[in-house]
Design a protein around this ligand. Structure first.
Ligand SMILES: *Cc1c(COP(=O)(O)O)cnc(C)c1O
Length: 456
């Protein structure tokens, strides 16, 4: 059999609402051409993010009922801890309410003015937490990552030569840890190879630096390793996951991705002293160490999610469904970041609409067109998100103008994706008519969430 099917059947359904093109035109105008300001009920297929938007299994929902809500020492915590220990090999497991809470605790402890934190590519909350501590966040991607058409199998890799040069330039004493994000979300959901993780680890050992993973999509990354890395084909995904974590001294994780839950996070540590400090901060701002800002039922759902996410039939379906969308777009000539990543397809809006200059936001124009065409919500990752501090009158720095189609886990079927493909085909044939936008209202920070636009 060649057809890769959704490896589940549907037990509960949630209706989604079809809107007319006229309704969508009005809704888009009312939202100031910013899809973050739409009501989710007015969206037919929501590809805004894969974070916290997945569907839980019947076993996870059963876990919700079994949750032990004791303040301290809840059974659900021990279940969660056992599961995470056997998955990752880490002894010290702290629950947090989501990934950025783990990041905030970690960088409050190791960050600070004068420090420098290297990463293959910081995710935006990770960068914000590093910088909030006073430290500098430095991205060290490999050169292939900058070319959307380059089909490098591990485009998320860290540039190990640049890492060593950075350490020599600023001095190891200013670097509290080296972080690698798996898969590399900011770089297009691209995987990092085991070989690259080992090389980064070797550099860390040479300079006596701790090595941390931002491991939100560890299972998707492990599956890419199994598929693409020489010598890994016959190994199980849990074995590869163990190998990845065995190289690290710690990890921050958002369970809203590969935890298959709607809320939750983790901080994993090896160092005893750092663990004790993290416990104190956790108690101060999140909650006691056996619940970390979550309910007992959330811990049960996470424990079960971390079990299901490494199943190979799930991962085969997961990676294939994203790849399927990517292949269809490439076949119709839509420029995307190739190869498609683990959780999303990124369209190259600048290449799709060369008539729209960067300061008129080609990515945002494509996002709006996609909503108009089919009630589909995507997100701009380009000059709206990153251009707030571009100097007026000067040419903006060269950046990719992307539109991300993030695929929620276990939520949409192949026919939903076929519908998305059809809407993009319609968009593609009318791409020359798309118009740029200008900002008419923007907040001082993180403007992409709340800015309002009008059409040029
Ligand atoms: C989502 C994400 C985070 C932050 O996690 P939240 O749960 O959203 O706080 C950090 N790093 C990466 C790579 C992510 O994708």
């Amino acid at each position: 059999m060649n057809t890769i099917i959704e490896p589940f059947r549907i037990k509960v359904v949630e209706p989604i609402r079809m809107t007319t093109p006229q309704e969508r035109e009005q809704l888009l105008r009312d939202a100031g051409f910013n899809v973050f300001l739409l009501k989710a009920d007015d969206v037919l297929i929501d590809l805004l993010t894969d974070s916290g938007t997945g569907a839980m299994s019947s076993e996870q929902w059963a876990g919700i009922m079994r949750g032990d809500e004791s303040y301290a020492g809840a059974r659900s915590f021990y279940h969660f801890q056992d599961r995470v220990r056997s998955l990752t090999g880490f002894d010290h497991v702290l629950p947090t309410h989501q990934g950025r809470a783990s990041e905030r605790i970690l960088f409050e402890l190791v960050g600070g003015k004068g420090k420098v934190v290297p990463n293959n590519a910081h995710f935006d909350t990770t960068r914000a937490n590093v910088e909030h501590s006073g430290a500098e966040a430095v991205d060290l991607p490999i050169p292939e990552a900058r070319d959307p058409r380059n089909r490098h199998p591990f485009k998320g890799n860290m540039n190990v030569g640049d890492l060593e040069r950075l350490i020599q330039r600023v001095g190891a004493d200013r670097i509290p840890l080296v972080m690698v994000t798996v898969t590399n979300n900011s770089g297009g959901g691209q995987p990092v190879s085991l070989a690259n993780l080992r090389e980064v680890r070797a550099v860390c050992e040479k300079y006596k630096l701790p090595f941390f993973l931002d491991a939100c999509r560890f299972a998707e990354n492990a599956f890419f390793i199994k598929r693409r890395e020489p010598g890994q084909q016959d190994r199980s995904v849990p074995q590869i996951v163990r190998d990845m974590f065995a190289l690290a001294d710690g990890a921050t994780i958002s369970a809203k991705k590969d935890g298959l839950v709607n809320i939750g996070g983790l901080l994993l540590l090896r160092d005893e002293a750092l663990f004790q400090q993290a416990c104190s901060l956790l108690i101060l701002t999140e909650g006691f160490v056996t619940y970390g800002g979550l309910a007992g039922r959330d811990l049960e759902a996470m424990a079960q999610g971390f079990e299901e996410v490494v199943h190979e039939d799930y991962l085969t379906y997961r990676i294939r469904s994203v790849e399927y969308l990517g292949e269809k777009l490439v076949a119709m000539g839509v420029p995307i970041i190739e190869p498609p990543g683990g959780h999303a397809v990124y369209m190259d809006a600048a290449a799709l609409c060369p008539q729209i200059p960067p300061h008129e936001f080609p990515g945002q124009a494509v996002v709006c067109a996609l909503y108009r065409m089919g009630g589909i919500r995507a997100v701009e990752i380009g000059s709206v998100m990153f251009g707030a501090h571009d100097k007026p009158g000067e040419p903006p720095p060269k950046r990719l103008e992307l539109v991300r189609l993030a695929i929620p886990r276990r939520v949409y079927t192949q026919s939903h994706i076929d519908y998305v493909v059809e809407a993009i085909a319609a968009l593609h044939s009318s791409r020359r008519e798309l118009r740029g936008l200008r900002i008419i209202q923007e907040p001082p920070m993180l403007r992409h969430f709340t800015a309002r636009f009008e059409e040029v």
